[in-house]
Design a protein around this ligand. Structure first.
Ligand code: ADP
Ligand code: MG
Length: 239
């Protein structure tokens, strides 16, 4: 459902992605690990066209990117959640969630509100719909950010280190929401260094190093029997 072929991305003279080939199947959960600066965020940002690839092709659900008109179509299919929650501070939780469905999906306020309340129930925050973001904990804000992304009814979700800006006691509540999505069959690519979580949800783990996929496989194979020296070195630092 997502096909990436020969993806390259350079910033000036800096070649950040050096040829990524990756197919992510329907309902597949792929966890991406790798050292800081190896290009993990850039891969996700290219899938969502927040960055323009320098070369290569990305096909999301049959839609290729060569056609500029399809950028918005692709963004409708792919939701993204970042390290920082990026909620609009001057809007309530509910307003944050219904904004895009009304603006870009043309949903009525009633329709968008109904969906938003269902999603808030799903992430355990139904009682916070009229709260402003600053009154919520980091974990709660991140769960709202997930609900907001889901309100666009994406077929695919991208998570870029969704728990790394959180206090430790809030990590689990966010990971549990993502785990529920995996159970519901959502296709996802998740950059995370939460190994226990990766073992629970990932169908496949990719190790990215210096802009390339160095190694990939089932979580336990990558975490406990890595083949590449650089994977071993990386894991020895984070486990
Ligand atoms: P990771 O997420 O694995 O830590 P990134 O994909 O964020 O790595 O970044 C990979 C490299 O690309 C880093 O060296 C980073 O400095 C560089 N980079 C990322 N975004 C930009 C940008 N917009 N302009 C210039 N360099 C960038
Ligand atoms: Mg990153």
């Amino acid at each position: 459902m997502i096909e990436i072929k020969g993806l390259k991305k350079s910033f000036g003279k800096h070649d950040v992605l050096k040829g990524i080939d990756l197919t992510i199947q329907d309902k597949e959960v792929v966890v991406i690990i790798g050292p800081s600066g190896s290009g993990k965020s850039t891969i996700l940002r290219c899938i969502n066209y927040l960055e323009q690839p320098t070369a290569g092709e990305i096909i999301v659900d049959g839609i290729s990117m060569s056609d500029a008109k399809s950028i918005n179509n692709i963004r409708k299919e792919v939701g993204m959640v970042f390290q920082r929650f990026n909620l609009f501070p001057h809007m309530t939780v509910l307003q944050n969630i219904i904004l895009s469905p009304m603006k870009t999906r043309g949903e009525s306020k009633e329709e968008a509100t109904k969906t938003a309340i269902q999603l808030l129930e799903k992430v355990g925050l139904a009682d916070k719909k009229d709260a402003y973001p600053e009154t919520l904990s980091g974990g709660q804000q991140q769960r709202v950010a997930i609900a907001r992304a889901l309100a666009m009814k994406p077929k695919f979700m991208l998570f870029d280190e969704p728990t790394s800006a959180l206090d430790p006691e809030m990590v689990r509540e966010v990971l549990d929401v993502i785990k529920d999505l995996a159970k519901d069959g959502m296709s996802m690519a998740i950059v995370t260094h939460e190994m226990g979580f990766a073992r629970e949800v990932a169908d496949r783990v990719l190790f990215i190093d210096e802009g390339k996929i160095l190694e990939q496989g089932k979580p336990d194979d990558i975490f406990f029997h890595p083949k590449e020296e650089r994977t071993k070195l990386f894991l020895s630092k984070i486990l």
